[in-house]
Design a protein around this ligand. Structure first.
Ligand SMILES: [Zn+2]
Ligand SMILES: [Zn+2]
Length: 334
């Protein structure tokens, strides 16, 4: 039977309470997509709710992928490594990512426009630290994101676009394969969830954890820039799901959409707030307590909330107790 470790640091509020200052409704739930028997009403509201599976984030990422696509030359011109389109791609990735993460950081951590309301950890991160690169969590996070994640993300996209440009990969088009083209976009978050779980479990293999993944886990009190703060070996694994779009018939737009989603989602899963207050009385659900718990307890909740892989493999922590339910427990309870 596997047990969770004690939390590394859940912060301490003014009254000495070690509990996080905000918890979402517990127990944590996975998406209804794999519930049995299926519940069409739940699936419908999960798909089309706001925020839901399809919007606003996937729509935003799709728009950014389309904007990037417009900046690139025609596919038949992407058949060699030309500095022109590579610089354009790198610059687009760099500017988009910096803008997106900076906005979250500015609003929640610099301007603190909603204070600590809905913040999981009552402490603010980023006290000076001699053990972090350049003396602080934030500087280390920004450095590893811009000089690790962005180049490796861009390199994967270059490889995938070249595979399409020189016809190693069978390129499909919206006009000719409409249903398949759209289906491949719709299942992208599911592929992200599955790939993330598998590579993340691999990164917790002790040699890989010591080599690479411990860098990401230095962020206990997470913030938007923590999401892509990884060792380059972890970046290589994190973006390796891009290879799927070389192996199967696809379009470069799928490559752009997948990699933009992959690069932007970590800011959403690491900003550390369960809700964002848009205006008085209007709150926007941004809950990612499941991954926050992974940073707190380390050996639970390796995956996302779409595909219940953590439940199937006995590593799920539903937020109510510190004990990890094993797969044997799941069988006993069912
Ligand atoms: Zn993380
Ligand atoms: Zn981990």
């Amino acid at each position: 039977m596997e047990r969770a470790t004690e939390p590394l640091d859940t912060g301490r509020s003014a009254d000495g309470d070690r509990a996080p200052s905000f918890k979402p409704e517990l127990p944590l739930q996975f998406s209804p997509l794999f519930d049995w028997p299926p519940n069409p009403r739940s699936i419908f509201s999960w798909l089309f709710g706001f925020p839901g599976y399809l919007w606003p984030w996937p729509i935003l990422f799709g728009c950014l992928a389309f904007a990037t696509w417009l900046l690139l030359p025609d596919l038949n011109q992407i058949e060699d490594v030309s500095p022109d389109w590579i610089y354009t791609l790198f610059a687009a990735n760099f500017v988009m990512l910096v803008t997106f993460i900076s906005l979250w950081h500015l609003l929640l951590y610099r301007l603190k426009f909603q204070g600590r309301e809905y913040k999981y950890n009552p402490k603010w991160p980023d006290k000076p630290s001699g053990t972090r690169l350049f003396g602080s969590q934030l500087r280390e996070n920004v450095f590893l994101t811009l000089f690790g994640a962005v180049p490796i993300w861009t390199a994967y996209v270059i490889i995938a676009l070249l595979a399409h440009g020189i016809s190693i990969t069978h390129t499909i088009y919206l006009d000719d394969n409409t249903a398949y083209f759209i289906l491949l976009l719709i299942v992208t978050p599911i592929w992200m969830d599955v790939h993330f779980y598998l590579t993340h479990r691999l990164l917790h293999w002790p040699p890989l954890f010591r080599l690479a993944h411990h860098i990401h886990h230095r962020n206990v009190n997470i913030s938007p820039w923590s999401g892509l703060s990884m060792h380059p070996v972890e970046h290589l694994l994190f973006y390796s799901g891009t290879l799927l779009y070389i192996a199967i018939p696809s379009h470069p737009f799928h490559v752009l959409y997948y990699t933009i989603s992959l690069s932007f989602a970590p800011a959403l899963t690491h900003h550390g707030f369960g809700k964002v207050i848009l205006s008085k009385g209007v709150r926007f659900n941004t809950d990612h307590y499941m991954h926050y718990m992974h940073h707190t307890y380390v050996n639970v909740n390796f995956g996302g909330s779409i595909v219940p892989l953590d439940r199937w493999f006995g590593s799920f922590h539903d937020g109510r107790s510190k004990r990890v339910r094993s797969s044997e427990d799941q069988i006993e309870r069912s």
